[in-house]
Ligand binder design. Structure first.
Ligand SMILES: [Zn+2]
Length: 254
C-alpha cells in the first residue's frame, strides 16, 4: 500500500503530481462494550487501502489523523478528543504540507460523524486558500448511501455508532478485536421525528446532544444484526461508490 510516510524522498520527488493524496480522518473513542477504541481508524484505513487497489495504485495515503472531535463521547471511558479548532488546524496544516510539495488532488476521507461539521469548514477554507488545488471531503458512507440502504436490515436507527454496519465492518476486518458476547443494541431516537438521525439518514433539523443522552451503553444502533459477510458487502459498496466518484472527478488519472 502506497503510504506517504513509508516513501523515501526520491520516490516522492519522482511521483506523478496527479496522484490522489488521501488523508484518513478518524477518531479514538468508545465504541460500546464490544468494539475497540480505534474502530474508526481501522475502517477508514481499510477503505483507503481497498480504494487504492480499485484505482490500481493511484493513491498516496497519508498517516491517519487518528484523534478526532469526540467531545460528545467523553462521558464514556477511553475517548480522546480534539477541540474543533485543534482538529481544523491540524488537518489544514497537513493538507497544506502536501500542497507545498506540488500535489493538488486531495481526498479527506472521514470515518467519524463528529468530524463531519468541521470537515465542511476545512473543505471551504482549503478551497478558498488553494483555488488551484482540488480538495474533496467525504464521509465513507455518504457516496454509498443508496447501495448501503439495500444492505441494511434494521430500521431507522440501526446504523449509527458501534452499530449494524460498524460492527459488521469490524467482524470482516478484525474479528479478533470484536467481543460479540458483550454487544448490546441501544440508542434512543430523538422524540421529534424530523430530528431522528442515522448514518444513512441526515435529519431535517439537528440539535447537539452528548452521546450519553442518546445511549446507555455507548451504542447507537443494532450490532446484533452484524455479520462479517455484511461487513464485506458494505466494504465493496463503499469502495465502488468512492472509486466511481473519483474517476468521474479526475478522468485523467495517470
Ligand atoms: Zn465509529
Amino acid at each position: 500500500m502506497p503510504q506517504w510516510k513509508r516513501m523515501r524522498r526520491p520516490q516522492i520527488d519522482a511521483m506523478d503530481r496527479k496522484k490522489i493524496v488521501v488523508l484518513p480522518v478518524a477518531a479514538v473513542e468508545q465504541h460500546g462494550p464490544h468494539l475497540p477504541l480505534d474502530t474508526d481508524c481501522v475502517i477508514g484505513e481499510a477503505i483507503a487501502a481497498r480504494l487504492d487497489e480499485a484505482l490500481k495504485g493511484q493513491m498516496l495515503i497519508l498517516p491517519t489523523q487518528a484523534v478526532g472531535c469526540s467531545e460528545h463521547h467523553m462521558a464514556f471511558a477511553g475517548s480522546l478528543t480534539l477541540e474543533h479548532e485543534s482538529f481544523r488546524r491540524t488537518v489544514i496544516d497537513t493538507v497544506r504540507s502536501v500542497i507545498r510539495h506540488g500535489f493538488g488532488r486531495v481526498l479527506i476521507l472521514n470515518s467519524h460523524g463528529g468530524n463531519h461539521a468541521i470537515n465542511a469548514v476545512i473543505g471551504e477554507q482549503l478551497g478558498q486558500q488553494f483555488p488551484e488545488a482540488q480538495i474533496v471531503v467525504a464521509n465513507w458512507w455518504s457516496p454509498a448511501v443508496k447501495a448501503l440502504a439495500e444492505i441494511r436490515e434494521g430500521a431507522l436507527g440501526s446504523v449509527g455508532h458501534a452499530c449494524e454496519f460498524e460492527t459488521s465492518l469490524m467482524l470482516a476486518l478484525e474479528p479478533d478485536m470484536v467481543d460479540m458476547d458483550s454487544a448490546i443494541d441501544d440508542g434512543k431516537l430523538h422524540r421529534v421525528e424530523a430530528m431522528r438521525l442515522d448514518m444513512l439518514h441526515a435529519p431535517a433539523a439537528s440539535q447537539y446532544r452528548p452521546f450519553h443522552q442518546q445511549t446507555t451503553h455507548g451504542v447507537y444502533g443494532t450490532p446484533s444484526l452484524a455479520s462479517a459477510e455484511k461487513g464485506q458487502r458494505v466494504l465493496e459498496a463503499v469502495v465502488e461508490s468512492l472509486r466511481a466518484l473519483l474517476v468521474e472527478l479526475w478522468p485523467d488519472m495517470p
